[in-house]
Design a protein around this ligand. Sequence first.
Ligand code: ADP
Ligand code: MG
Length: 359
Amino acid sequence: QSVFNRLPHAIYFAPGRVNLIGEHIDYNGGRVLPAAISTGTYFAIARNGAARANVFSTLFQERKTIELSELLSIKATGHWTDYIVGLLLQLNNSFAPLAGVDILVASDLPQNSGLSSSASFTVGFGFALCDLLGFDLDRVSLALAARAAENDFVGVNCGIMDQFAIAMGKADHCIELDCSSLEYELVPMHLAGYEIVIANSMVPRKLAESNYNLRRTECEQALNVLQKQYSVVHLCELSASQVESCTELRKADVLWRRARHAVNENERVYESVAALKQGRLADFGICMNASHDSLRDDYEVSCPELDVLVDAARSIPGCLGSRMTGAGFGGCTVSIVESATLPEFSARLLEAYARSTSY
Ligand code: ADP
Ligand code: MG
């Protein structure tokens, strides 16, 4: 009320997301296993009777106005409102003319830490707007619109995992998702007595983008070698033994290790889903540990700080497994921790991290 001089019509929440396992394989035809999380983005929204969207972000303490009549000529500037304009443009394709709204956005997600504050922001805004204005947009279409807003307007070359997990997430479930076909299954998580714990390394992800592109190229090169022997379209169609036994690829040590990560990680996703369905949480933890070790040694996308967090977490009683999550070179770790040991886990993790790093 103090920002827009009116009360909101409604308040909405969009979660962030964490990828539990299945790292760096979405672009290799593999499956991912993200879950929506309880930190995220809040939206207070009301119609304003004008042909403009007024947006205030508590994060940036800034209010901006977007004239709806000028929507088609607005250019992206790198400002946080790009996400809003990008999504308005998507909705404008199907639901023009859009009505004016006032929106206040607040968030308890860290930015640029691999928990997808941008998708939470964009999907949540889209959901709130559609609900308020009565637009009939199903959740998968909303996820696709939010991704298109990032790809086409903001200019970020992201996949669909984040938007999908945020739009389709469900309490006490994670989502097994094929990012190319959008085939998915909600997998129940029987966490009784355990928690998903996310630890933020606070390391800026400076190297993440260039290394992400490099890894993609390396995977394409590995695939080219393997395609001489096997007729496949994606790395993840191969088994670990097929990759192991390709002598030509073995000679190119780096490419061989990249491919090995992809196929092993893909198999770990299947193992994890089976373990979770059967309530074998300890086995899921073993998969998480193996995932981190593979990302550190074969895929080389971890960093010393993430390794410190993971090693410390694993040494604390009550932790079933711990791994880096997201693209790497900073960002967060995810661990499965016994609820009763949470206070001790947090204290010991913080203490170990402060002792070994400058963050
Ligand atoms: P990540 O998605 O990993 O958190 P990104 O760089 O993709 O990191 O997205 C962060 C950007 O998303 C912010 O710089 C800002 O432009 C936008 N954003 C996210 N949450 C908010 C918010 N609550 N208010 C305004 N902009 C936000
Ligand atoms: Mg993002």
